[in-house]
Design a protein around this ligand. Structure first.
Ligand SMILES: *[C@@H]1O[C@H](CO)[C@@H](O)[C@H](O)[C@H]1NC(C)=O
Ligand SMILES: *[C@@H]1O[C@H](CO)[C@@H](O)[C@H](O)[C@H]1NC(C)=O
Ligand SMILES: *[C@@H]1O[C@H](CO)[C@@H](O)[C@H](O)[C@H]1NC(C)=O
Length: 615
């Protein structure tokens, strides 16, 4: 058990009280960022268009619009002694007797608000604001229910007494953080005053609750997973400019984790992954990111085994059913986006490592953790990487069944609804002079500050070419990510090939120019097959084509250990559409391969192979 949420705790290190920077939000932040060289667009400026990424979003949206909000309110209302309106109780991690019930609803608030931000979807807005109005009634009844003013949760305040007294390890702040983060998103993305009021009341309750503890007592409270409390409090400072929230945020600094990370020592082995990712700040965050990506991540972009980091580079030894917890990748994406803003791309340093990872994790782990046959976009907690794995063949702790409408509500179901309504988050970015194209997916950017719209089209990654079409006129340069997997990339404008450096793993930089309405930029990113070897065993590797990790289809056959694939036999079997490949294993059997993100529900699959020959 346990789980957390990341958080750009970086916010704490990066904010200064001037100039709003995030345009687009209904309620923009009032403090500016310092030290950043690039910005991601607010999701209110980006929409996904028809394509594989949008499929995931669509499925999650149908769940968001069908879920019974009275059921989601049950624990809040019952705890705050209000009528539950005859609602049915939920099961799983939202059951009325589950210790940290009500951790889930904040993710729904974030997801509804994101759906509204990106799509201007009124039904999502109504669900978000309606839910918050009900939470406000619960909070208003706190004192009548025997709690301090501002308290809001689906479990009683006495659970906090027990944690402070060392009598419980229930993750009370973890759950509280989720609600606060959801309220913040509804405030920012929808502009809802109730969300602001309820959140500020909760934050004041946190201040009161933590302000009276000694430093040592607070550190002992922090031994229990506390999600992204620093993050949401730092973001509250960004949102209000009120220094009070920075002080409260800093009470959540955990000395035992931060000190060695600041010294860049990898002592992650044995640490609970998702407890820690949300807490990392700037230098700590950079060091931690390098460690996790370099020494603790699998080919699909996920990390952790049975929720825990293992010894550095221990990949081959941990190809089990319970690898790659979904929440961790959701949190790593948030961290990666923040770190990218610190580095961007300049003439001197135009490394694409952050967005290369973002693409790998999004396109493989995140897309593929969702059930492609579920109208409601249900997801798995872990993504199994053992030979012969099968997605969704539970139990949860044995690799993960799919989530359900009302009987699971694990942490990863929460991060799933949130992540799958934020898939457009890092596709584009900007700095003073340029537009960044970080990720490839059909989408439209409404760059209202410049008065232009940019539409990205092309059936990527089934085809290796995408086109950007400019609507309106404006003057800016382009910084186009040439992924680490692509060699010989080409950029053309209105059909004319540009004489611009397109080295692998750098941003191709098109100098600033006056764009005309209808201008087209074509980006060709040749793909090839390559191996992603296990850090600790070079004889074992995943096979990737461009950004797409491929898996082998073993039907219903059991697979005891990694089969040996003959690399020289691998070939794409369909060039028209889809990414279907075939290969032959050392025993002479033919095997079909396809994207990790699409397969593995209807057949047993292999992600990591032994191999012979060469590609
Ligand atoms: C997603 O849903 C929208 C709205 O219903 C629809 O227009 C679009 O084609 C769907 N996209 C995919 C990839 O199915
Ligand atoms: C702070 O918490 C105490 C103990 O629960 C409570 O009595 C008091 O009213 C709270 N103060 C405020 C300002 O909420
Ligand atoms: C683009 O954003 C601006 C500013 O938010 C808005 O007024 C405009 O309607 C948007 N355009 C489209 C086509 O969505």
């Amino acid at each position: 058990m346990m789980h957390g949420i990341f958080a750009s705790c970086l916010a704490l290190a990066l904010t200064a009280p001037w100039a709003p920077l995030v345009a687009g939000q209904v309620a923009p932040i009032v403090t500016g960022d310092i030290g950043v060289v690039a910005h991601a667009f607010d999701i209110s400026q980006v929409t996904l268009n028809d394509g594989r990424v949008q499929e995931n979003q669509n499925r999650t949206l149908s769940y968001l619009k069908s879920v019974d909000t009275n059921r989601l309110l049950y624990n809040f209302r019952a705890t705050h002694k209000l009528s539950t309106n005859g609602a049915q109780r939920n099961g799983g991690w939202d059951a009325p007797d589950f210790p940290f019930r009500s951790h889930m609803q904040g993710h729904f608030l974030s997801a509804w608000s994101q759906c509204y931000a990106s799509l201007k979807d009124d039904e999502c807005r109504a669900r978000a604001t309606g839910f918050v109005a009900e939470l406000r009634k619960c909070q208003a009844n706190s004192q009548a229910a025997g709690f301090a003013a501002g308290y809001l949760s689906g479990f009683p305040e006495s659970e906090f007494d027990k944690v402070e007294n060392g009598q419980s390890t229930t993750v009370v702040y973890y759950a509280l953080h989720k609600t606060m983060a959801g309220l913040l998103d509804v405030w920012r993305n929808v502009g809802d005053d109730n969300a602001k009021t309820v959140l500020l009341n909760m934050a004041a309750w946190v201040d009161n609750r933590t302000g009276r503890l000694s430093y040592d007592k607070m550190q002992s409270v922090l031994n229990v997973e506390y999600g992204g409390m620093q993050d949401v409090l730092a973001e509250l400072y960004r949102q209000t400019g009120d220094q009070r929230w920075i002080k409260v945020a800093q009470r959540f600094d955990q000395a035992s984790t931060f000190d060695w990370l600041a010294r860049d020592e990898d002592r992650l082995n044995g640490n609970h992954a998702n407890t820690n990712i949300p807490k990392w700040y700037r230098d700590v965050a950079r060091n931690a990111w390098d460690m996790v990506i370099g020494a603790h991540s699998y080919a699909i972009g996920g990390n952790s085994q049975n929720e825990h980091f293992r010894a550095p580079n221990a990949i081959a030894g941990y190809l089990t059913k319970d690898t790659a917890e979904h929440c961790n990748t959701y949190n790593m994406l948030k961290l990666t986006r923040e770190l990218w803003t610190l580095e961007g791309a300049s003439a001197e340093n135009s490394n694409t490592r952050y967005m290369d990872f973002y693409e790998r994790a999004l396109m493989n782990h995140i897309l593929g953790a969702q059930d492609p046959h579920s109208a409601h976009g249900h997801i798995t907690y872990f993504s199994s990487l053992n030979p012969g794995a099968r997605k969704g063949l539970g139990p949860v702790w044995g690799g993960g069944t799919w989530s359900t409408d009302y009987d699971s509500f694990w942490c990863c179901q929460g991060s799933g609804v949130e992540q799958n309504t934020r898939l457009m988050d890092a596709i584009y970015g900007y700095d003073d002079a340029s537009l960044y194209v970080n990720l490839y997916a059909p989408s439209t950017l409404n760059w209202s500050q410049k008065g232009v719209r940019v539409t990205q089209s092309g059936d990527f990654p089934n085809v290796d070419t995408v086109t950007l079409t400019v609507s309106g006129t404006g003057t800016f340069g382009l910084k186009i990510r040439i992924p680490s997997w692509s060699q010989g990339a080409e950029v053309s404008i209105n059909g004319a090939k540009q004489n611009v450096a397109t080295a692998t793993g750098t941003y191709a930089q098109i100098p600033s120019r006056a764009w005309a309405n209808g201008d087209k930029v074509t980006i060709k990113l040749p793909m090839r097959l390559y191996l992603i070897k296990a850090n600790d065993d070079a004889s074992l590797a995943a096979i990737s084509y461009g950004p797409v990790v491929l898996i082998g289809n073993y039907g219903n056959s059991g697979v005891g250990s990694a089969p040996t694939i003959r690399l020289d036999t691998l070939k794409r079997s369909s060039s028209s559409s889809g990414l279907a490949f075939t290969g032959t294993t050392s025993d002479g059997k033919s095997v079909s391969l396809g994207p990790w993100y699409d397969g593995g529900k209807d057949f047993n699959y292999v992600t990591y192979w032994k191999y012979s020959g060469s590609l």
